[in-house]
Design a protein around this ligand. Structure first.
Ligand SMILES: *Cc1c(COP(=O)(O)O)cnc(C)c1O
Length: 361
């Protein structure tokens, strides 16, 4: 590894593509002849406007975002969206949520403060280790939207087939799988993603929202919490997270340069296969999720013995692999193998785990 960097399996903030970090380094002291760093620039300057415009356009190119969708860069992380979504989208005061893990659960708790929440399906019965069948849900006619968390970062489950919303608007939290595979944006009314998982630095969320869902009758809401405010101002109603926009823009360009989301998907499938093939063969380690719903991004696994789990975490750390301790609600270990984790990193981790298993027979 260059620069003494380690393979970082953190769930977020997480590893970023090295070529992007190098470019950022090269532009740090003087961004393209502007005489300043992007961190020091006015967000109202021409040079920064170009950074935002390019970031948005590159994201539109990558995902094939239709013209009737707005792309917004908002602060408050993904967490603020748990509240903004019901505040802006609940017209009838009712929404359907699917409970598949810690993050959808948090979103449900916040939405309940705003209106009626119908949890139409849940995998709580098996500690969120699968995605429930959502092909024929009981969805009330007056539901304003159906909400899913498309990849549960903590529990490691992912949606491979979207729920049948029966014509209602689909809202998706894509934070931990954003840009990991092709996405048909027109299947959704709103997609959002906190960028610190699979894209860039923390402190920003990307919201992709169909224009007809942006309301202008919400003047009683705090101005900052209305999507309209951000849409009308081109994400610059107030000072945006300029640095995050700049870094994410670089990642968008980088993804385009390596072949876009199809290429990324192939690489991610490849990487996850290395991990899951190992877990399926191992006598010591087991994945916690049913095979058909396993995340390609977050891989939780256990030995079944807490003390041994802790030993493995220490062992991987000593071998130079960081942040493999599992979330406390699942225990064991979790390898987050986002877009920017190279296949060699996953292979090296698997070698390390194999060695541990060999030594603990
Ligand atoms: C991390 C995460 C969040 C919360 O993100 P913040 O930016 O910290 O608010 C929400 N949803 C999912 C799926 C996440 O992984």
């Amino acid at each position: 590894m260059k620069y003494g960097r380690t393979y970082n399996f953190s769930a977020g903030p997480a590893t970023m593509p090295e070529p992007v970090l190098e470019e950022i380094r090269d532009e740090m002291m003087n961004y393209r002849g502007s005489g300043m760093c992007v961190m020091e620039m006015s967000h109202r300057s021409k040079v920064f406007q170009q950074i935002v415009d390019e970031a948005e356009q590159d994201l539109r190119d990558l995902m094939g975002i239709p013209d009737n969708y707005k792309v917004l860069f908002i602060q408050g992380g993904a967490t603020l969206q748990f509240s903004m979504i019901p505040m802006n989208l609940m017209k009838n005061g009712k929404a359907v949520y699917i409970e598949t893990g810690a993050w959808s659960k948090k979103a449900i708790a916040e939405a309940k403060k705003v209106g009626e929440v119908v949890v139409a399906a849940s995998s709580k019965d098996k500690n969120y280790t699968y995605i429930p069948d959502c092909s024929d849900l009981d969805i009330p006619e007056d539901t304003d939207y159906v909400y899913i968390c498309e990849n549960e970062t903590i529990h490691g489950v992912t949606w491979n087939k979207l729920p049948n919303t029966k014509g209602h608007v689909l809202v998706s939290d894509q934070s931990s799988m954003f840009l990991s595979r092709p996405c048909n944006v027109s299947d959704y009314g709103l997609i959002y993603a906190g960028v610190q998982k699979n894209v860039g630095p923390a402190g920003m969320v990307v919201v992709i929202i169909r224009e007809d869902l942006i309301r202008d009758d919400l003047t009683q809401l705090p101005v900052y919490l209305q999507y309209k405010t951000h849409a009308d101002a081109g994400s610059m109603y107030n000072t945006p997270n300029c640095w995050a926009i700049y870094c994410c823009g670089k990642v968008f360009k980088y993804l385009k340069s390596i072949g876009g989301l199809e290429a990324m998907d192939k690489l991610n499938q490849d990487k996850a296969k290395v991990m899951y093939d190992f877990l399926d063969e191992s006598k010591l380690f087991q994945g916690t999720v049913v095979p058909q719903d396993r995340s390609l991004m977050n891989v939780p696994f256990v030995t079944g013995d807490k003390d041994l789990d802790a030993e493995v975490v220490a062992y991987t750390k000593a071998a130079g692999f960081e942040n493999l301790k599992g979330h406390k609600s699942v225990g064991g270990l979790r390898a987050s193998i986002y877009n920017a984790m190279p296949k060699e990193g996953v292979e090296a981790l698997v070698e390390c785990l194999k060695k541990f298993e060999e030594e603990h027979k």
